[in-house]
Design a protein around this ligand. Structure first.
Ligand code: NAD
Ligand code: 3PG
Length: 387
C-alpha cells in the first residue's frame, strides 16, 4: 500500500485513479511515498527519505525544490498542457481588460448607487473616462511559445491581431502547432519594441526572474499593455509600478497579486485564476494521479521535469528500477550485480537526462535482498526499487 499525501485540493476525478486497494490518501501524510500538489510551497518542507515522487497537478514547478529532489532520487512530475486552454481563455479576458478599462468601469458603476442623479444619466456622462482600444489590428507579442503561448498566439490571430512570438527553446511540437501567421522574433528587443500588447508564458527560473525590468520596459512602445499569467517573479514590480505611474506602461494585468501591486492605478490583479476551471482542475489531477501511479506501481516515468521519460510494458517477473548518476560504467556495474545473483534480464532500458539517469531491468527469478543492497553499495547509485 502506497501513502499519497495531497498538499492542495486535488480534483476527486484525479484521486479516483489512485485505487483504495493500492493507495492510502492523506492530507497530513507523516511518511508519504508520493505527494500530489498544486501551488503549495514545498521549499521549506522536510521531505522524508521514503518519498519517491512529487506530482504537480499543473504546469509550474517553481514551488517544488526540484534540484534537491533530483539529488535524492525523488521524481518530480507535472502535467504539460493540461490547463493550457483554461489559461488561454483567461488571457483573452486579460487582453480585453487591459485595453477597455473594464475593471475600473465596473468599480465606478458600483459607486453610482449612492448618487442623487438617475444612474442612466450618470452613466452616459461618465463613460468617456473608460474609453479603451480594440484588439483587432494591434500587435501582440507572445513571450514563451509552449503549451499556453501557442494557444494564445493562435487565438489572437483569429481576433485580427498581428502576432509576434519569441521562444529560443521552442519544442518541435509547439512549432508544428503554431499558426503560420505568427511572426518569429529571434531576439526579445525585436518583439518588445513593436508590440502594443505583450503577454508572458514562460516558467519562473533563475534566468527569467525579473526579466521584465526598467531596461526591458524602456525598449517597449509607450503605453504598452503587459499581461502576466505566468508568474509574478518574472516582473520587477518596483520598475513596473514606476512605468505605470509615468504612463510608459498603459496597463498591467496580472494573475499574481502582491502587496505592492494592489491599488496601483492601471494594474488589474486576478487571484491566480488561470487554471481555476473544473475542466482544467480535472485534467491536471487525472494526469498527475496517473503519472504518480504509473511510477509508484511500475517504475515508469512520463512527464518528469527532473528525470528522463522511461517506460516499458510490464511483463512477468520482477522489475528493478535504478536511479543513478549519468556517468560511465553504470550499466555494466548494474547488470553485473544482476548476473551475480543469477537473474536473467528479459528486458532492459536506460535513459539519461543531464546529470542523472534511470535504468529499469525486467528479470525472471526471485530477486534476493542482496541485489538491492549490492546495487546501493555501488558508487553513483541514488535509489533502487524492486517491484
Ligand atoms: N496563471 C496560471 O494559473 C498558470 C497556469 C498554467 C501555467 N502557468 C505558468 O505559465 C508557465 C508556462 O506554462 P506552459 O504550460 O505554457 O509551459 P510550457 O513548458 O509548455 O512552455 C513554456 C515555454 O517557455 C519557453 N521559455 C523558457 N524560457 C524562455 C525564455 N527565457 N524566453 C522565451 N521563452 C522561454 C520554453 O521554451 C517553453 O516553450 C508555467 O511555467 C507556469 O509558471 C500559470
Ligand atoms: O502552474 C500552474 O499550473 C498554475 O499556476 C496553476 O496553479 P494552481 O494549480 O495552483 O491553480
Amino acid at each position: 500500500m502506497y501513502q499519497v499525501q495531497t498538499l492542495n485540493h486535488i480534483s476527486p476525478k484525479g484521486l479516483e485513479h489512485l485505487g483504495a486497494n493500492l493507495f492510502a490518501l492523506d492530507n497530513e501524510g507523516s511518511k508519504p511515498d508520493g505527494i500530489l500538489v498544486r501551488s503549495a510551497d514545498m521549499h521549506n518542507m522536510e521531505l522524508g527519505p521514503q518519498l519517491l515522487a512529487v506530482a504537480r497537478a499543473g504546469a509550474g514547478t517553481n514551488n517544488i525544490p526540484v534540484a534537491d529532489c533530483s539529488q535524492r532520487g525523488i521524481v518530480v512530475f507535472n502535467t504539460p498542457g493540461a490547463n493550457a486552454n483554461a489559461v488561454k481563455e483567461l488571457v483573452l479576458a486579460g487582453l480585453v481588460l487591459s485595453g477597455r478599462k473594464i475593471a475600473q468601469g465596473i468599480a465606478w458603476a458600483q459607486t453610482l448607487i449612492a448618487q442623487t442623479e438617475p444612474v442612466a444619466k450618470l452613466v452616459e456622462k461618465g463613460k468617456k473616462q473608460f474609453v479603451g482600444p480594440e484588439l483587432a489590428g494591434k500587435k501582440l507579442g507572445v513571450i514563451g511559445l509552449g503549451a499556453i503561448g501557442v494557444k494564445v498566439a493562435n487565438m489572437a490571430t483569429h481576433l485580427g491581431m498581428e502576432v509576434l512570438g519569441y521562444d529560443p527553446y521552442i519544442s518541435i511540437d509547439a512549432a508544428w502547432n503554431l499558426s503560420r501567421s505568427v511572426k518569429h522574433c529571434v531576439n526579445l528587443s525585436d518583439l518588445v519594441n513593436q508590440c502594443d500588447f505583450i503577454t508572458l508564458h514562460i516558467p519562473a527560473t533563475a534566468d527569467t526572474k525579473g526579466m521584465v525590468n526598467a531596461k526591458l520596459i524602456s525598449q517597449m512602445k509607450h503605453g504598452v499593455r503587459i499581461l502576466n499569467f505566468a508568474r509574478g517573479e518574472l516582473v520587477n514590480n518596483v520598475d513596473l509600478i514606476s512605468a505605470l505611474k509615468s504612463g510608459r506602461v498603459g496597463a498591467y494585468v496580472c494573475d499574481f497579486p502582491c502587496e505592492e501591486l494592489l491599488g496601483v492605478e492601471g494594474c488589474v490583479c486576478l487571484p491566480h485564476l488561470g487554471a481555476s476551471t473544473p475542466e482544467s482542475e480535472e485534467n491536471c489531477a487525472v494526469m498527475a494521479a496517473q503519472e504518480l501511479s504509473d511510477y509508484l506501481l511500475d517504475g515508469n516515468i512520463r512527464n518528469s521535469v527532473n528525470f528522463p521519460s522511461v517506460s516499458m510494458p510490464r511483463g512477468e517477473g520482477n522489475r528493478i528500477c535504478v536511479i543513478h548518476k549519468n556517468v560511465p560504467g553504470m550499466l555494466a556495474a548494474i547488470t553485473d550485480v544482476a548476473n551475480k545473483a543469477g537473474l536473467n534480464i528479459e528486458n532492459m532500458t536506460n535513459k539519461s537526462r543531464g546529470d542523472y539517469a534511470y535504468t529499469m531491468l525486467d528479470v525472471t527469478g526471485l530477486v534476493p535482498d542482496e541485489v538491492g543492497s549490492g546495487l546501493l553499495a555501488l558508487p553513483d547509485i541514488i535509489r533502487v526499487r524492486v517491484l
